[in-house]
Design a protein around this ligand. Structure first.
Ligand SMILES: [Zn+2]
Length: 327
């Protein structure tokens, strides 16, 4: 392993490597960008590169420090990495602060990773502020966030920010292939997720692609009881291991991608532009029955749902609106 194995994000990776090489990595970094694009992966490599005792400004993956780091057992690397936690509490930050004051064991300093830092409660963010103002020597904090606006301005102003973009479709495809995603779905998932492999893998793992037939029944007017079918679709969103908000977003994005294909077919564009190839010829039959205007109305409803979720509307309210919009 090495930074070279990171797919995409060349500009940010290059910048971080040059800072590591010059031993000028800021004591607080915030990597932000859409969910599922690989922010935490880059942050983790950066943390490992600080520990590695063999490769300068990189992580060799083989030395004692790298192996400890990879196993999550290095005494100088601490990660707040709980993808499913709704919030990160002040107690967790107090523990981090206490550790930051201790002398490092092996590396040049301790490194802390905080995944989805916007989940820190306001109390926790305020507690963290003092450490950011007067960081212990050698201590580096690497925060990642898909919603950096959820961080206090005082936190952000003390971090060096690294903005990251979604991957190109070929890069997202490479990541999905390496992740063992079923080959027949790799291209589709890379596109639906908009170059966010993390989202793509969640769609696949959550069985969301199996909902497409029901979504097509609803758009095509083929559901015997549309409200009941819509409720069945939403039941997938309401139960699962990840947060309801994230799953609602995934469903809406999936819905938009199906509507997009119907529009593509409806205006007579080439079949090669269709994402959900495996749904042909059903897609074509439904597209023939819907006008572009009818499809656009649904896309607008989906867009409203995404915007409501983005400004933190209650996921339950968004879901009840969605039940009506889908039916
Ligand atoms: Zn190493």
């Amino acid at each position: 392993m090495s930074f070279d194995s990171v797919v995409g994000h060349a500009r940010v990776v290059e910048h971080l490597r040059s800072l590591l090489t010059a031993d000028r990595l800021p004591h607080a970094c915030l990597l932000h960008g859409e969910e599922g694009i690989g922010k935490y992966c880059v942050a983790r490599y950066t943390a490992l590169a600080r520990l590695c005792s063999a490769a300068p400004a990189d992580a060799c993956g083989r030395c004692h420090d790298c192996r400890l780091g990879l196993a999550g057992a290095h005494p100088d690397l601490h990660a707040l990495d709980e993808p499913e936690a709704v919030s990160l509490r002040i107690e967790q930050i107090r523990e981090l602060i206490a550790l930051s004051a201790r002398t490092p064991y092996r590396a040049r300093g301790r490194t802390f990773l905080v995944r989805d830092a916007h989940r820190l409660t306001e109390e926790a963010q305020n507690a963290l502020l003092k450490t950011l103002e007067e960081p212990p020597p050698g201590c580096v904090l690497l925060l990642t966030s898909g919603r950096p606006e959820g961080l206090l301005p005082t936190i952000r102003s003390r971090c060096q920010e690294f903005g990251m973009r979604p991957l190109s479709i070929p890069d997202a495809t490479t990541v999905l292939e390496r992740s063992g995603c079923p080959p027949e779905r790799v291209g589709l998932l890379a596109r639906i997720s908009g170059g966010a492999p993390g989202k793509a893998l969640a769609l696949e793992a959550g069985g969301f692609l199996e909902l497409r037939a029901a979504l097509l029944d609803l758009v095509g007017g083929d559901a015997a009881d549309p409200l009941e079918t819509a409720e069945q679709v939403l039941a997938r969103v309401k139960t699962g291991e990840t947060g309801v908000r994230g799953r609602t977003e995934m469903l809406v994005e999936l819905w938009i991608s199906v509507l997009r294909d119907l529009l593509v077919l409806g205006v007579g564009a080439a079949d090669t532009l269709v994402w959900h190839h495996d749904l042909e010829p059903r897609l074509g039959a439904v597209a023939a029955r819907r006008t572009p205007r009818e499809l656009e109305t649904r896309i607008e409803a989906a867009g409203r749902a995404l915007r409501a979720l983005a400004v933190n509307a209650s996921a339950e309210l968004v879901l009840s609106d969605l039940a009506l919009a889908l039916a």
